[in-house]
Design a protein around this ligand. Sequence first.
Ligand code: 5GP
Ligand code: ZN
Length: 119
Amino acid sequence: MNHDPNCIFCKIIAGQIPSRKVYEDDDIFAFHDIHPWAPVHFLMVPKLHLPSMAQLTPEHERLMGRIMVLAPKLALEQGCNPYPEGGFRIVCNTGAEGGQEVHHLHVHVMGGPRPWFKG
Ligand code: 5GP
Ligand code: ZN
């Protein structure tokens, strides 16, 4: 299934729920987290509805690689300070025991000056 009509992130990607967009291309959408843990906190999601990392197969290698290569660029654009004094943290909660609440694969990118609100 490419889209899940009941999925909140599919609705954000489709523009049915408003979000503060960070980036978009044919395969990837990025937007600010509604409850930021850090001065910079955005989410990167594949447009394809994948519930979590647990569903990844080799056909997703390019997609996930693109997210990882794009993350540092977007982090700097959004105000993270440069490596090594600055940097960012990437988190990808997977499943209930991984702390995942929204079941559309998403990569948290968090950064900015310490202290953070959480994490
Ligand atoms: P998880 O715990 O699944 O890794 O994280 C889900 C994240 O999605 C949370 O940090 C939460 O604040 C964020 N979130 C949930 N609903 C919305 C929403 O409607 N809009 C935005 N921008 N973020 C959301
Ligand atoms: Zn979805």
